[in-house]
Design a binder for this molecule. Structure first.
Ligand SMILES: N[C@@H](CCC(=O)N[C@@H](CS)C(=O)NCC(=O)O)C(=O)O
Length: 221
């Protein structure tokens, strides 16, 4: 039975398509379209109770949460992890968790600070813009700047092209690509040059290009 990826347009499930293309594992895609309010269709909740993408179904196993899926697929089909040095392995574990655990929350906070006033009724907009702009400037921007400096430093120190170091992407890269693409697209004014080079390099990979052809709409290129 072929592995199924439940893929939502413009979403984290692009990570999984890219990983599967790198691994050369056959899979099929069930495509879901975001509603006008950007939410996933509620029927995705029939596949997994949280109704969020990505979700994979492999035989009688259903897994949600992109980090869990990446680890599951690499454990089942990947060969490279045993060949990583101890320090590369630690970097790999660190960035695999950092992507969703630390970087995504701060980026989502910034997205929300913009989205709430943008989508508010006309009369409320000026008030909400001033409130959310203040929150964004005082609470979110300084933290994001710290993350920017940190990631730029880690990429500069990395002995390879990837977050763990080395010459091939690891779990850390499959996880880091989405927040960095989101950042580059939505807030280019504070996106670092090393991060930009990194994202461009990933986008040039044949496996990444195939994942875009197969997945369809992806507004973070
Ligand atoms: N931490 C989860 C986040 C899952 C998530 O929020 N997915 C988004 C797409 S990027 C989603 O399904 N959004 C639709 C919705 O909120 O209804 C993961 O990494 O898989």
């Amino acid at each position: 039975m072929v592995l199924t990826v439940h893929h939502l347009n413009h979403s984290r499930s692009q990570r999984i398509l890219w990983l599967l293309e790198e691994l050369g594992v056959p899979y099929e895609i069930v495509k879901w379209q975001r509603n006008p309010d950007d939410f996933a269709p509620k029927e995705l909740g029939d596949v997994h109770p949280l109704g969020l993408a990505p979700i994979i179904v492999d035989g009688d196993i259903t897994i949600a949460e992109s980090g869990a899926i990446v680890q599951y697929l690499l454990r089942k089909y990947g060969k490279q992890r045993e060949t990583l040095s101890e320090s590369a392995r630690i970097n790999d574990i660190y960035f695999t968790h950092y992507a969703e655990g630390s970087l995504m929350p701060i980026l989502i906070s910034k997205v929300i600070c913009r989205m709430v006033p943008e989508r508010a009724p006309l009369l409320l907009k000026p008030f909400l813009w001033s409130v959310f702009d203040a929150v964004s400037r005082r609470m979110v921007a300084p933290r994001l700047e710290t993350h920017r400096e940190y990631i730029e430093m880690r990429l500069s120190e990395s002995d390879g092209e990837f977050f763990a170091g080395g010459s091939e992407p690891t779990a850390a890269d499959f996880m880091m690509i989405f927040p960095l693409e989101l950042w580059a697209k939505k807030f280019p004014e504070c996106f670092g040059p090393k991060c930009r080079e990194y994202v461009e390099r990933i986008h040039e990979r044949p496996a990444f290009k195939r994942s875009i052809e197969k997945g369809g709409e992806y507004g973070l290129l």
